[in-house]
Write a protein that binds this ligand. Structure first.
Ligand code: ADP
Ligand code: MG
Length: 713
């Protein structure tokens, strides 16, 4: 009890100058924040040309000259008093307009922490006036003079000069790093305002130097401005979109947004994010995160976009409790607005943004592998990207045909020097080594293949379970039963992928590539995370494989990316997903870029390894890397497409082509595999979807009818 509680200190009223200095510190943190306030004043005054001069990072001198409306002589005495502004007239305006930052604090604050002077002239005045301020009041410009504004020569507009910033607040001063850093912050603020105001000419230079460090013309577009200030590499990859609330313009909920952002071709180490809310440069880490997130999967990990967003909100919905000069803002419906903007961005990104990539995708579909499969895809699988379809069909048919023809010949890929290298990269495990189908050895093999169970892997991922459920749900009972109980009659045409099956008294003509693709897709899903590996020894380099496939493509005349860039992009995409590909799909790629193993979906069945380059190439553009479930689905689709039996090059109906011995062997092996491995496997594992009935399974006859025909003979 004997302890003495220290007596309370008397509460004292702070000295007004101290209050003002503290307040000033809230508005002006550093030269760049002073400049921001000054710039906003110039722009509010309607300036179309703004010149900034800086000495010692703005600490010695920060001068800003504009050609705006100027300040009336009569207003000069109170210009630097707190809460003097020309932008608020009545109290009722306050709630609406205060949030713009019109509080009449900026100049007042600066006069408390620097030597502030103004030269200004309105159009109607015959001369300019010069005034100096200290602690909110007019002071004499030169010793011995009166503090009153002095007439002087000058142009229309205003020049504000700030000298010795923070001369009387040493703590603030010592918190600043270096003049060089302050200068670069100044340039950063100016650059951003120049992007937001492409119709205004900006110049910034260090005092005493002739060449400006920043200079923009007075009329350019946003894209031009971005190109000038952030570089061509960003400007050429820019997309833009606009979106707004569904409410009427005069309501408090109304907002609209304009976004300019880079597509998937641009990657930077850090996000460049410019956010203007009601034409003020602000920060919102939430908004930034929301927009960045749309690039997940579009850009490889560790790569970031450029985004410039201008958002106009009703001032009433901006949080008035947050000091307007605090950069981090909050506003009403922040989450919903961010989400809608992010959606708009993503939509543009995936439609227009990817269509560039698609220019070679179209060609790929036209150029690689069997035609039957690609035809089938078009009909059934909704393309990921709505624009893709249109762009594909927009191309004149003839050129598409032509480009397909040019690359379609078997020989094109196979005789190229690079491909030879490819052949030598692969181990000798070509199915063509399995000879004719009638030997007893093969029959044994078949039985072995049939009796081997393919267990469904245990998987707890909802996405995979969803996909598995979808195949069960989509199963067409009757068709599945036909395939379960069928008797294989024979292959009708290897090139067109047609086989004949019998079930009870009916004969069916089926597209074995289409059925096979569905089967392999489901096998992939069944063994997700637990696939066997098809080892490649020695492992071929990923880049070389992708190069072979891309080089075989005929690019349209105008592509934004050249082949080398396309190759790099694809390799990057695959490399950045290496871990996932290996864990879930047994597609192992070494850290130095060699393909060590491919997923093995079905024992006794080796996919045509000539398709490896095209398989890897397609993983870039054809797999949807943005969402887990879609990623797995599209990857497994591509894998199935790779596995499907069928020729590498599209079937050429123009006539029989001379086949090399190797090709003949390959074909024989394929026939054997279709009959003895693929169809038997289908009996056990395929949940045949109804969609196969559309094109790929046709009842050609039933025996009773045929008997009738023969009876008549
Ligand atoms: P606010 O911008 O919130 O009104 P400031 O302290 O930034 O407060 O500016 C005070 C007033 O000074 C402005 O309202 C405006 O009338 C005048 N002013 C400041 N800078 C300029 C300028 N560059 N051109 C014309 N008027 C200006
Ligand atoms: Mg202002």
């Amino acid at each position: 009890m004997g302890e003495t509680i220290s007596d309370p200190l008397p509460i004292r009223r702070l000295q007004e100058t101290l209050i003002n200095r503290i307040a000033a510190g809230e508005v002006i943190h550093r030269p760049a924040s002073a400049l921001k306030e000054l710039l906003e004043n110039c722009l509010d005054a309607g300036a179309t040309s703004i010149r900034v001069t800086v000495k010692d990072g703005g600490l010695k001198l920060l001068q800003i000259q504009d050609n705006g409306c100027g300040i009336r002589r009569a207003d000069l005495p109170i210009l630097a008093e707190r809460f003097t502004t020309s932008k608020l007239t009545s109290f009722s305006d306050l709630s609406k307009i205060a949030t713009y930052g019109f509080r009449g604090e900026a100049l007042a604050s600066m006069s408390h922490v620097s030597h502030l002077s103004v030269v200004t002239k309105t159009k109607t005045e015959t001369c300019a006036w010069k005034a100096s301020y200290s602690y909110g009041k007019l002071v004499e410009t030169q010793p011995g003079q009166t503090p009153d504004p002095k007439p002087c020569a000058g142009n229309d507009g205003t020049t504000i000069t700030i000298e010795d910033l923070f001369y009387n607040t040493p703590t603030r001063l010592s918190a600043l790093r270096s003049p060089a850093e302050e200068y670069s912050r100044i340039l950063d603020v100016l650059t951003k305002y120049a992007i937001h105001n492409p119709g205004v000419a900006f110049i910034c230079k260090k005092a005493g130097t002739a060449a400006p460090d920043l200079s923009t013309p007075s009329s350019s577009s946003t894209t031009q401005a971005i190109g000038m200030l952030y570089g061509h590499s960003i400007a050429k990859e820019l997309l833009s979109t606009e979106t707004s609330s569904s409410t009427e313009p005069d309501t408090a909920e109304f907002w609209r947004a304009e976004v300019h952002f880079t597509n998937a071709n641009y990657q930077s180490k850090k996000t460049i994010f410019l956010l203007f809310i009601n034409h003020r440069l602000v920060e919102s880490s939430r908004m930034k995160r929301a927009l960045e997130a749309t690039y997940n999967g579009v850009l490889p990990k560790g790569s970031f976009p450029f985004i410039y967003l201008s958002l106009v909100l009703d001032p009433r919905s901006v949080d008035v409790n947050v000091h307007p000069t605090k950069k981090e803002v909050h506003f009403l419906n922040e989450e919903a607005i961010s989400e809608q903007i992010a959606d708009a961005l993503l939509q543009t990104l995936t439609s227009k943004g990817q269509s560039r990539v698609f220019q070679y995708q179209t060609l790929l579909t036209g150029a690689d592998t069997d035609r039957v499969t690609s035809k089938k895809r078009k009909g059934k699988e909704p393309e990921r990207d709505p624009d893709l379809g249109t762009e594909g069909t927009l191309e004149p048919n003839s050129t598409q045909e032509e480009s397909r023809k040019k690359v379609s010949s078997h020989l094109k890929v196979r005789t190229s020097l690079k491909d030879r290298t490819l052949d030598s990269m692969f181990p000798v495990m070509n199915p063509s080594q399995m000879e004719g189908s009638s030997s007893s050895r093969d029959v044994e093999k078949t039985e072995a293949a049939q009796s081997r169970d393919i267990r469904e892997s245990e998987c707890i991922l909802t996405s995979v379970l969803n996909l598995r459920n979808a195949t069960i749900k989509g199963k067409h009972r009757a068709l599945t039963e036909i395939l379960e109980r069928h008797t294989f009659v024979g292959i009708v045409d290897v090139n067109q992928c047609l086989s004949l099956l019998q079930h009870s008294t009916h004969l069916y003509l089926v597209n074995h590539a289409a059925l096979g693709e569905e089967l392999f897709y489901q096998l992939g899903l069944r063994q997700f995370g637990n696939m066997s590996k098809l080892k490649l020894e020695p492992p071929p380099p990923l880049k070389a494989l992708v190069t072979i496939a891309v080089q075989a493509e005929q690019l349209p005349d105008k592509t934004p990316l050249n082949k080398d860039q396309i190759i790099d992009r694809i390799v990057n995409i695959i490399m950045s997903r290496r871990d996932m590909l290996s864990e879930y799909f047994s597609l192992t790629i070494t850290s130095d870029g060699f393909v060590a193993s491919l997923p093995l979906l079905l024992r006794d069945y080796t996919p045509n390894l000539d398709k490896v380059p095209s398989f890897l190439m397609r993983l870039g553009p054809q797999v949807d890397w943005t969402s887990e479930q879609e990623c797995f689905r599209t990857f497994l689709r591509e894998l199935a497409r790779f596995y499907v039996p069928g020729p590498v090059a599209p079937f050429d109906p123009s006539g029989p082509q001379a086949q090399s011995q190797e090709q003949q062997q390959q074909e024989r092996a394929e026939r054997w595999q279709i009959e003895h491995v693929v169809f038997p496997c289908m009996k056990r594992y395929l949940h045949a979807p109804k969609s196969l009935l559309d094109n790929d399974v046709v009842q050609v006859a039933n025996l009773p009818d045929l008997y009738k025909v023969f009876e008549r003979c």
